[in-house]
Design a protein around this ligand. Structure first.
Ligand SMILES: *Cc1c(COP(=O)(O)O)cnc(C)c1O
Length: 352
């Protein structure tokens, strides 16, 4: 069911994906725990579809102005999009991007399934030059954890003229801050594990597209690889989506204020702030300084991942897979919805 086109995204996040309005029917789609359905219908087996996913897909599709396909995780969604690349096809990818995506691409490149072309995604001319003969442009904006921004409309225009598919991992921006399909991209990818669900308690992913052939392949990939979300996970993510707009507003306002204060701190060499979203990075002198700050915080939580209501931080180079071009002293901050003064007090005290 198409959702009303005139509604604003904040309203769609609350109102889309609800059951039909029948007296005494539930207001929200409950999780449907079933492996098989009574025969004679369209679905039959629950690896193909489940009403719990359908409600979430309706809401995510309406927000991103396409049709959404929910997956067991963000990485399952990434893998489904990469399956569109023909054998040996080239994928243009930011040199800084989600580590799981880069590691998967490297693994596929090692067997010759794909070829990987790494680019500085802020260097639009370099990205466009790399599109020559490529099968897929994989964009992430802002990138993890460098927070670079891609010029999506310019890259899309060049890709279109060469028949290169464009996918945008929109996890950091969410459908409320970036709508890749409206900018001409073929696919939007989300790790709903992050801001969309928002409570650090569930893993789920989604792909959104418009082209019927692409959607068919993405859905078939999900069914045959079994990369399906559980009904409870789909329920939790849709529940989280209902409050995304207000969580985002608060966390973004916290993030901008923290960026301003951190920039004035003598221990901070650099603050990376994409100007929207809830993720910041700050660069300290070296690994030791960053590790010391992370060990000192009491309110901020030392943890990976991002997008929850609680503020978290981590030194990214603690991961062996992080790109060597990311500074050793870079701390990624995922800003939550606490009071900004408490966040600032704790973080600035930890910086010394
Ligand atoms: C977390 C993340 C993913 C992977 O999602 P999972 O739900 O953890 O599988 C992909 N892209 C980005 C940008 C992410 O932050």
């Amino acid at each position: 069911m198409a959702h009303a086109q005139h509604l604003r995204p904040e309203t769609i996040a609350v109102s889309a994906g609800r059951p039909p309005r029948v007296p005494d029917g539930p207001m929200s789609q409950p999780p449907v725990f079933a492996s098989a359905f009574v025969g004679g219908g369209e679905v039959g087996y629950a690896r193909t579809s489940n009403p719990s996913w359908s409600a979430l897909e309706e809401a995510l599709g309406a927000l991103d102005q396409g049709e959404a396909v929910a997956f067991a995780s963000g990485m399952a969604a990434v893998a489904a999009v990469l399956s569109l690349v023909p054998h040996g096809g080239a994928v243009v990818v930011p040199r800084h991007a989600y580590q799981g995506s880069l590691t998967l691409l490297d693994a596929e490149a090692a067997t010759g399934r794909v070829a990987v072309r790494r680019v500085d995604v802020e260097d639009t001319a370099a990205v466009i030059a790399a599109l020559d003969g490529a099968a897929l442009a994989w964009l992430e904006s802002p990138t993890n954890p460098a927070l670079e921004r891609a010029d999506i409309p310019a890259i899309v225009e060049a890709a279109r003229s060469q028949g290169v598919l464009v996918a945008v991992d929109s996890t950091f921006a969410t459908p409320l801050r970036l709508q890749p399909l409206a900018l001409g991209a073929d696919l939007a990818v989300h790790s709903a594990t992050k801001l969309i669900s928002g409570h650090s308690d569930v893993i789920l992913g989604a792909v959104v597209a418009r082209d019927a052939g692409v959607l068919q392949r993405i859905r078939t990939h999900r069914t045959l690889h079994g990369a399906i979300p559980g009904p409870m996970e789909a329920f939790l993510v849709l529940r989280g989506l209902r409050t995304l707009a207000v969580r985002l507003e608060r966390a973004e306002s916290n993030a901008r204020e923290l960026a301003r204060r951190l920039a004035a701190h003598p221990a901070v060499r650099e603050v990376r702030d994409p100007g929207f979203g809830t993720v910041l990075a700050l660069v300290l002198d070296d690994a030791a300084a960053a590790d010391a700050a992370v060990a000192k915080v009491a309110l901020w939580l030392h943890a990976t991942s991002l997008g929850g209501v609680e503020s978290t931080l981590e030194r990214r180079r603690r991961w062996a897979t992080e790109a060597p071009t990311i500074p050793e002293g870079l701390i990624r901050l995922s800003v939550g919805i606490e009071h900004v003064e408490d966040l600032a007090d704790d973080l600035l005290a930890a910086l010394g």
